[in-house]
Design a binder for this molecule. Structure first.
Ligand SMILES: [Zn+2]
Ligand SMILES: [Zn+2]
Length: 663
């Protein structure tokens, strides 16, 4: 949230009536039969004028807009402060109907009609009402356009119309007219760059241009401008660029630190997020706030780093963040994502702040990712019964829970209730969940019918769900259809190309596989490298598919080979259909044996005590071969193994998985 500085020429109030006097005074004035004279000034006139101005201001601060506007015509010379009070009160109370009255009265007020300070406030008010045309009118009629006036319109365009192009053209206009930008101008124009629905490379080029601008005027040393740059690079996934800006900042405040931590957390660089949080803790000048803690907890959740998460829980308690609902919600999500549904439920049950819909959503999706679909529905119903209205995200969570639990009928019913019972119009995200629910259950025709019946344009998530289902059920024709949309809607998403290649590979269509791979290369995209994490004795270890850095890697490989030999006798057969190369079976087996989650699993067995649960996190979907091998290993080693992949939890015990082959 950004507030404009008050203008220096604004008079500071000299008269501040006490509230109880105010009330009497307003009563008195309203009942007074004496109208203030609008003719020649007289001593009494100036006193009355003052009274009305102050009265209107006080009524505004009390939120009594009706009386304030009744008095306005009686005041011959409303002051700048009076207008400001009226505008702010209208904004605060969403009183759109009074806006024309302010405009009318302003046009009759001497000297104030074109006052840049009031124009700024008016533009902000209209922006709050989403009335962009009115905001533009005020802007156009203001002859002396200060930086505040320009910034107000710039912000209005970004916030209301979300039109990056228009905001950028206004910014160019500002430059052309020689306006001296301030930190806020850069902050809004950067938001405008991100708002434009352009290809990410174009957005990056624009952000870089603005960055160059910021450097030329020396604003990179200003906390606000630099922090916004960090944030912008973070949003387009340019973590290294964000870090460079951050490292060069001479001063950092808690917002800058939090932006950098959030940048790492949101871009999947959870280890780095925790590392920079530790740097922040060493910096004695800044203390983390609730926003920082939310990102840090997200990073712990991203890594399934339960011990780290518990440490953070302690810190949250010591620092009193327990009363901030966003932090407690992040705690619930952290425990659930770390595989500890019970701890998440306990935090939920013992909340001292009122639970909001996000708290409930966390619990619902928690039951969902652990495969407890029926329990998720129970929590959903409990939420409704205590009077919390579900949000669109709630439906994504509950439909996801139904999908993981294979509860097709219940899911359909809940989807229908969205509009009928909760007055929420399903959007792409909820349609995507429904398509996923039907698709996973093998009802691909039904899923296609849902897409065809949508009254909005299906977004990439919808086609993505269909593609995912095609992968499970090996439907090439539908997969190609989904991809024809996906390659157009999100050409930069390497995951879609890989999925299609997977589907072709499973059908042994090697020519098609290489065609997709060429397309991937031509577009300069890279396959997301598979990576797994494991927490052992409060330390986090990450494994990539090719990992020679871990000092125990030889031991890990030896154990894996040994284990595979043993479980082959129990019936394990390597499943190599995920290998996207037309190779000899032996070579393929070698490739799947090198999968990061297998390395993490073997490392977990070596480094933990018998009886301890092994917890692994994988950044992609768990492949069929790793799934099958883990089942056998859980039986052979008599260990409980918890794996979180990008979709859900797999709880392996005694040769079985909680997902019942449904993921
Ligand atoms: Zn695998
Ligand atoms: Zn499973």
């Amino acid at each position: 949230m950004v507030f404009f500085c008050t203008h220096p020429y604004l008079p500071t109030p000299t008269f501040v009536p006490k509230p109880h006097n105010l009330h009497l005074r307003s009563l008195f004035c309203l009942q007074s039969p004496i109208e203030p004279s609008s003719s020649s000034p007289s001593p009494t006139h100036s006193i009355t004028t003052n009274n009305y101005n102050h009265l209107i201001q006080s009524l505004c601060s009390q939120g009594n807009l009706t009386q304030a506007f009744k008095l306005l015509p009686r005041e011959a010379s409303p002051t700048q402060r009076t207008f400001e009070s009226l505008i702010l009160a209208c904004t605060r109370h969403n009183a759109t109907s009074y806006a024309p009255a302010i405009d009318r009265r302003l046009s009759a007020a001497d000297g104030l009609h074109h006052d840049p300070f009031l124009s700024t406030k008016l533009i902000e008010m209209y922006s709050h009402f989403s009335a962009l045309d009115d905001a533009r009118n005020v802007f156009d009629r203001t002859p002396q356009k200060t930086i505040f006036v320009w910034n107000a319109l710039l912000k209005a365009i970004v916030v209301v119309s979300n039109d990056g192009e228009e905001a950028l053209s206004l910014f160019t206009d500002m430059g052309g007219k020689g306006v001296h930008f301030d930190s806020f101008s850069y902050s809004y124009v950067l938001k405008a760059c991100l708002a434009s629905s352009l290809h990410v490379s174009v957005v990056l080029r624009r952000v870089r241009q603005i960055h160059g601008h910021v450097l030329r005027v020396g604003f990179d040393s200003r906390v606000h401008a630099a922090t916004t740059l960090v944030d912008s690079y973070a949003k387009i996934g340019r973590v290294a660029c964000a870090r460079r800006v951050f490292d060069k900042m001479p001063h950092r405040n808690v917002v800058s630190w939090s932006a950098m931590i959030a940048c790492y957390a949101k871009n999947g660089r959870h280890l780095d997020a925790l590392a920079i949080f530790r740097d922040m803790m060493r910096d004695s000048e800044t203390a983390p706030n609730s926003v920082t803690m939310v990102s840090v907890l997200q990073a712990c959740a991203g890594l399934s780093a339960l011990s780290q998460g518990k440490l953070m829980h302690g810190y949250v308690l010591r620092r009193g963040f327990y009363a901030t609902v966003s932090v407690v919600n992040a705690l619930i999500a952290m425990y659930i994502k770390c595989g500890s549904l019970d701890a998440g439920r306990r935090v939920f049950a013992t909340m001292i702040v009122p639970r909001n819909v996000v708290s409930w959503n966390s619990l619902i999706s928690g039951y969902g990712v652990h495969g407890f679909g029926k329990e998720a529905i129970q929590v959903f119903e409990e939420m409704i019964s205590v009077g919390i209205s579900p949000s669109p995200v709630t439906f994504v969570s509950i439909l996801g829970a139904c999908s993981h639990g294979g509860l097709v009928e219940e899911g359909r019913r809940l989807f229908d209730s969205m509009l009928k019972e909760h007055n929420l119009i399903p959007q792409s995200e909820q349609y995507a969940s429904l398509v996923d629910l039907l698709g996973r259950a093998g009802q691909l025709d039904e899923a296609t019918k849902v897409i065809e019946g949508m009254n909005i344009e299906p977004g990439p998530t919808v086609w993505g769900s269909l593609l995912g289902a095609c992968r499970i059920h090996g439907n090439i024709e539908l997969a190609e259809r989904a991809c024809s949309h996906l390659f157009e809607l999100e050409p930069w998403n390497a995951g879609n190309y890989i999925l299609l290649a997977d589907i072709y590979a499973a059908a042994k269509l090697w020519e098609e596989v290489s065609r997709v791979k060429k397309l991937l290369e031509a577009r300069g995209l890279q396959k997301l490298v598979g990576c797994s994490w494991i927490e052992v004795k409060k330390n986090l270890y990450s494994f990539a598919s090719v990992d020679e850095l871990n000092p125990q890697i030889e031991q890990v490989h030896a154990l894996l080979t040994e284990l595979v030999k043993e479980v082959r006798e129990m019936g394990y057969v390597p499943n190599t259909k995920v290998v996207l190369y037309d190779l000899e079976q032996k070579e393929k087996e070698k490739i799947v044996l090198g999968h990061s989650e297998k390395l993490a699993l073997a490392f977990g067995i070596i480094s933990s005590q018998k009886g301890e649960v092994i917890r692994i996190t994988k950044n992609l979907r768990l492949c069929e071969d790793c799934h099958s091998l883990t089942k056998f290993i859980s039986k052979y080693t008599k260990r409980e193994i918890l794996v979180r992949d990008v979709n859900r939890f797999h709880h392996f015990r005694d040769g079985m998985c909680s997902c019942m082959e449904y993921w």
